[in-house]
Design a binder for this molecule. Structure first.
Ligand code: SAH
Ligand code: SF4
Ligand code: F3S
Length: 441
């Protein structure tokens, strides 16, 4: 801790990429808080800047370098400023970042960020991108105790052994590993004690979770969810991201049986064409995915589904793309993310001849228009219904609070009694493009 008469050192964190990076940023900030760093929104007053990066698509890495460019005059004006690049770009680029951006002090990969406080204390420029033998979760300081917002992420599984032919994640996050159940339960209880009411369990393949349970036998994700549901004060459980091939029977059943498990599932399919799914190394067919959706809906009829899609994958024809549109039409997604394929260095698909970028852009626009129509229909269908909302932040209009419904729709309501953490029934009165308005009942 800093002495009472020295001002605390300030930490500025920027985060790109997936929810796991958001979780990692929170853990890094807590680890540095234990060393006396307080968070600041203003980069220009920071003593330490963390850029927690994502490598998933081309532009993600370029954004890091342009952000570093913007930090250059700030560091010139404040020579004591130190800069660390963490996350998946750090893992992928390693020492190249120190070469290309001399203002960077530390490059630390996602499996080594527990070493950040020691690196900062040592003060010497360094790269930490080996996958260390120790588990970072064992080395990180215990979670903070300060009250926090009502929703939290909690990493239960990390890494990926699937090697989809387009994807960098198996290289940046490393091999699949699950945390022991007891540690997750302990962390969840600590979060609930800080005011958390909804926990989203995270993993690159979260439904492949197989952490050690009591006595050492592996627990499935469904079993872990069942144990978490026993925590008093925890109202909602979600998990992301799932691979269709790991959607086990007990997990599907949990959607029908566990009231705290929310009726929403992000289940990326990427494409509706079997030829392209095979080229992507997804190891399932479109029909198998549709059967899975059917089983999920049999277990929980109102479950809302979302997915990721890649268009313009090498070799994708108009007929392949049409198969994707057909699958989307058949499933009816509550929301979905879609991207033009971006060749990533070191992945098997990167060397394959690509689709004309103009054709890919046109397909993306058509897919996004269809998804937007489905999303609008889902929003409109909510009007007149009563939903349960966990409020967690001020709404856009004065007097409003906003939060998420069980189906992960953004809902705002004006009620002076609402506080962050309130879980209330709301009657939906109006559907906007990305949110719903309603009245508490
Ligand atoms: N672990 C998650 C995926 C993380 S990446 C999962 O298995 O579903 C999130 C999404 O980014 C992917 O689902 C995919 O749609 C997209 N994506 C990944 N690599 C990509 C690439 N090279 N080009 C375009 N989109 C990509
Ligand atoms: Fe990437 Fe595929 Fe693993 Fe998801 S399952 S992280 S898309 S390799
Ligand atoms: Fe990006 Fe790494 Fe997440 S590449 S999507 S930050 S796992």
């Amino acid at each position: 801790m800093s002495a009472p008469d020295t001002p605390p050192r300030k930490l500025h964190v920027r985060t790109w990429g997936c929810q796991m990076n958001v979780y990692d940023s929170e853990r890094m900030a807590e680890a540095l808080a234990a060393e006396g760093y307080v968070a600041t929104e203003a980069a220009e007053e920071a003593d330490l800047v963390l850029l927690n990066t994502c490598h998933i698509r081309e532009k993600a890495a370029e954004k890091v370098y342009s952000d570093l460019g913007r930090l250059r005059p700030l560091k010139a004006a404040r020579p004591g400023m130190r800069i660390a690049v963490t996350g998946c770009v750090a893992q992928a680029e390693g020492a190249e970042i120190l070469r290309r951006a001399p203002l960077v002090d530390w490059v630390v990969g996602p499996q080594a960020y527990h070493r950040l406080p020691a690196l900062v204390a040592a003060g010497v420029r360094a790269v930490e991108t080996e996958f260390p033998p120790e588990d970072k979760f064992d080395r990180l300081p215990a979670r903070g105790q300060a009250p926090r917002g009502p929703t939290a992420f909690l990493t239960v599984q990390e890494g990926c052994d699937k090697f989809c032919s387009f994807c960098v994640v198996p290289y940046t996050r490393g091999a699949e590993a699950s945390r022991p159940a007891a540690r997750i339960l302990q962390e969840a209880r600590a979060l609930v004690a800080r005011g958390v009411r909804e926990i989203t369990l995270l993993g690159q393949n979260v439904n492949a979770y197989h952490g050690a349970g009591e006595g050492g036998a592996a627990w499935s994700l469904a079993r872990l969810i069942g144990a978490l549901a026993q925590i008093e004060g925890l109202a909602r459980i979600r998990y992301t991201t799932s691979h269709p091939n790991d959607m086990a029977d007990d997990l599907i059943a949990a959607h029908g049986a566990e009231p705290k498990l929310m009726p929403y599932l992000h289940l990326p399919v990427q494409s509706g064409s079997d030829r392209i799914l095979k080229a992507m190394n997804r190891r399932h067919t479109a029909a198998a995915y549709l059967r899975l959706v059917e089983r999920l809906r049999a277990a929980r009829p109102d479950i809302a589904l979302s997915s990721d899609f890649i268009v313009g994958f090498p070799g994708e024809t108009e007929a392949d793309f049409q198969a994707t549109l057909d699958l989307v039409a058949e499933v009816g997604y509550a929301s979905a993310f879609s991207f033009c394929y971006s060749p990533r260095p070191g992945t098997p698909a990167a060397d394959r001849p690509g689709v004309d970028p103009a054709v890919a852009a046109d397909r993306l626009a058509r897919l996004q228009a269809l998804i937007a129509r489905q999303q609008a229909a889902a929003q409109a269908a909510a009007v007149g219904r009563e939903v349960s909302v966990l409020f967690d932040r001020p709404g856009r209009m004065p007097g409003q609070m906003a939060g998420k419904s069980e189906h992960l729709m953004a809902v705002a309501a004006a009620d002076p009694a609402l506080r962050p953490g309130a879980l209330r029934r709301v009657r939906i009165t109006r559907a906007l493009t990305n949110s719903l308005w309603g009245e508490t009942v």
